[in-house]
Design a protein around this ligand. Structure first.
Ligand code: ATP
Ligand code: ZN
Length: 297
């Protein structure tokens, strides 16, 4: 294969991961020229291009070296690793991305008395994830039949082609509509950045390093809030104890009021009204909670 000097990221062309993945890349400062109905999008500012494909093809494209990175569900990545064996060895999960959350679960008919995996012995379980299901059954020491289906797994019990299913669940609505209930969770999944264990030792490696730093910043600030408030020096200890997690707050003098300070704190998550009211009772005033747009540590 011809050596490349631009980083190439595979992502889902059209589906649940498409919009959030594009949004994340945009927040990392990446913009693309080609229209989205094309397979290939050329990166404008940075040497990073996109390949838009079916999500199932993403791990294989990275393993073959056609792409350097991919944004894909952990469910798809882990299934590929189990099915591809040695071919998938260099592939790893570089970062969890915090969207596309779902679970790979066993679901049984609502009237089933399922309490533990042992009860699956001898049953037929329909799934599109034979690798992950097979591995879970092995670790549970359960001998069950695996019926591999490409789609519409949830109707298999009603059709009589399976006794239970192993499928992705988010809200559980699809299960209820098919008179099934979630019985056991095999895998907690979300979209991840998949890539090689080792960075390529060229410009692509440098770009990947830069991209990972930006990603870390974006992921960290996505939930972060900046809390600003004023308080007298005497109240500071009590207030600091109430602050939701984050690095040490910064203290600034308030002009003309030597006893007053302004406090600036980065909070790791949402700051609730309740928390604000408590901090106010401890002596704070002029409080502001601001979203954080960019952060570079
Ligand atoms: P493609 O045409 O790319 O093969 P698809 O139908 O396999 O699309 P989607 O349904 O868009 O894919 O799901 C993509 C990913 O979204 C899944 O692999 C999973 O990681 C995640 N996901 C989150 N919630 C759900 C859900 N309720 N059902 C299915 N996938 C979900
Ligand atoms: Zn798919």
């Amino acid at each position: 294969m011809k050596p490349r000097d631009r980083l190439r990221i595979a992502m889902q062309k059209s589906g649940r991961l498409t919009e959030p993945a594009l949004d994340l890349l945009k927040r990392c400062g990446l913009t693309f020229r080609q229209s989205r109905d094309k397979l290939f999008c050329f990166g404008e500012g940075e040497p990073v291009d996109l390949l838009l494909v079916r999500d199932d093809d993403i791990p294989g494209l990275i393993a073959q070296g056609v792409c350097d990175l991919g944004i894909v569900g952990r469910n798809v990545l882990d299934e590929f690793r189990l099915a591809a064996g040695r071919e998938a060895e260099p592939l790893t999960e570089l970062r969890p991305l915090g969207f596309g959350r779902c679970r790979l679960s066993i679901a049984v008919p609502q009237e089933s008395d399922y309490r533990e995996p042992r009860q699956l012995a001898g049953l037929r379980i329909a799934t599109s994830y034979p690798g992950l299901l097979g591995e879970w059954l092995r670790t549970q020491g359960v001998d069950a039949g695996v019926v591999t289906l490409a789609g519409s797994v949830e109707i298999a019990p009603r059709l009589g082609t399976a006794d239970a299913i192993c499928d992705l669940v988010q809200s559980g609505g699809t299960l209820v509509a098919n008179q099934l209930r979630e019985a056991d969770v095999l895998l907690e999944s979300e979209a991840v950045l998949a890539g090689p264990q080792a960075l390529p030792a060229d410009e692509r490696g440098d770009m990947l390093e830069l991209l990972l730093k930006r990603l870390d910043g974006v992921i960290q600030v996505r939930e972060s809030r900046l809390l600003l408030l004023q308080a007298s020096r005497g109240a500071l200890d009590a207030i600091t104890r109430l602050l939701p997690g984050g690095p040490q707050p910064t203290l600034l003098p308030v002009a003309g009021q030597p006893d007053q300070l302004m406090l600036q704190a980065l909070c790791a998550g949402e700051v609730s009204w309740r928390q604000l009211e408590e901090i106010k009772r401890a002596g704070a005033r002029e409080m502001f909670v601001l979203p954080v747009e960019k952060m570079l540590a």
